[in-house]
Design a protein around this ligand. Structure first.
Ligand code: SF4
Ligand code: ZN
Length: 316
């Protein structure tokens, strides 16, 4: 197998592109895909300050690495969920990357510890509010990432969702006909109102195995194991199904997700009218001021419930 660009020995084959690359040409391919995503979706410019949501996994660390190497001003936020040794190990991976690669670009790592800030680890909080761990986690991460981006005056928040993540999410949304989620699923979500940061997904053109190969070839030390709470999740099932289709018919995931984006671009109302719609239904949360459609945002409601439940169990 030879590299289609320089004809030296290839290290990776990409059936969906009918291509193979050597190490340097593959890195160039990955950088090019991210640059195209940023441009096509008007995600941000060289002057913008970007906050990358990092977890210690391959996708978010690769994204931070790529953005810095492409010359963007990218800092990162890590949320430590308090899931025992898993959280310790993942924070260590993030810290190592911050102290080595990111430090050479003068980039900063912010850390939010759920046990300290919310008063208990994610599993205990989920028990207190009687909700599944992952939905509790989602509420806290969304809230804290947005808050950090707004309070620290970042222009945009970037997450490491790749093509596989987005295709699996799309499959889930289609299977359940979740129109609201389908409307909002895309690689670039504008800051619809004051208090909500713009959110982008610059890896949406790259498959999971391509991001993993980039991380390995560029010697990024990441946490390989999944979060222990992910076991049995629907997302893993959808990814598995899509992987089977992809093996039989390379390019399926890309056609499914990119095809959805093309249709969405044609059918979606203009971005400005979406913003008007959001603006009309949102107002500041009575407790924290972040935009919400209810009186209190879901984070504040959840934390209030956790407090009541905690004082009931401890009698304090
Ligand atoms: Fe959070 Fe669940 Fe993802 Fe773990 S698997 S990081 S608990 S959403
Ligand atoms: Zn609130």
């Amino acid at each position: 197998m030879r590299c289609i660009k320089c004809h030296t020995k290839a290290v990776i084959g990409l059936p969906r592109h009918n291509a193979a690359f050597c190490n340097p040409c593959f890195t160039e391919f990955v950088h090019d895909q991210v640059a195209r995503a940023i441009k096509a979706e008007r995600m941000f410019g060289k002057q913008d300050r970007i906050l990358v949501a990092v977890s210690g996994g391959k996708d978010s660390l690769a994204l931070w690495d790529i953005l810095l190497k492409l010359g963007y001003r990218a800092d990162a936020l890590y949320v430590n969920l308090g899931i025992g040794s898993y959280s310790e190990r993942s924070q260590q991976k993030v810290q190592t990357f911050a102290d080595t690669v990111a430090a050479t670009y003068g980039a900063t790592l912010h850390i939010h510890k759920v046990e300290q800030e919310e008063g208990a680890g994610i599993r205990e909080l989920a028990d207190l509010v009687h909700r599944p761990t992952c939905s509790t986690c989602g509420t806290i991460k969304r809230y804290q990432f947005n808050r950090a981006a707004i309070e620290r005056e970042y222009d945009v928040m970037a997450t490491g969702h790749n093509l596989d993540d987005e295709a699996a999410r799309l499959l889930g949304n289609v299977l359940h006909w979740q129109d609201d989620y389908l409307d909002k699923q895309g690689p670039s979500l504008p800051a619809s109102v004051e208090g909500f940061a713009k959110k982008v997904k610059p890896l949406y053109r790259l498959a999971e195995r391509e991001v993993a190969a980039y991380a390995v070839l560029n010697k990024i030390d990441y946490i390989v194991e999944e979060c222990p709470m992910a076991k049995g999740s629907k997302m893993l099932l959808y990814k598995d199904v899509l992987n089977r289709l992809e093996t039989e018919s390379p390019g399926t995931k890309q056609r499914f997700y990119w095809g959805f984006l093309e249709r969405q671009a044609k059918e979606r109302p203009a971005a400005s009218s979406m913003t008007e719609k959001d603006r009309a239904s949102l107002h500041p949360c009575a407790a924290c001021g972040q935009p919400t459609t209810a009186e209190m945002c879901s984070y504040c409601k959840m934390m209030a419930r956790a407090k009541v439940s905690h004082s009931r169990t401890t009698g304090s």
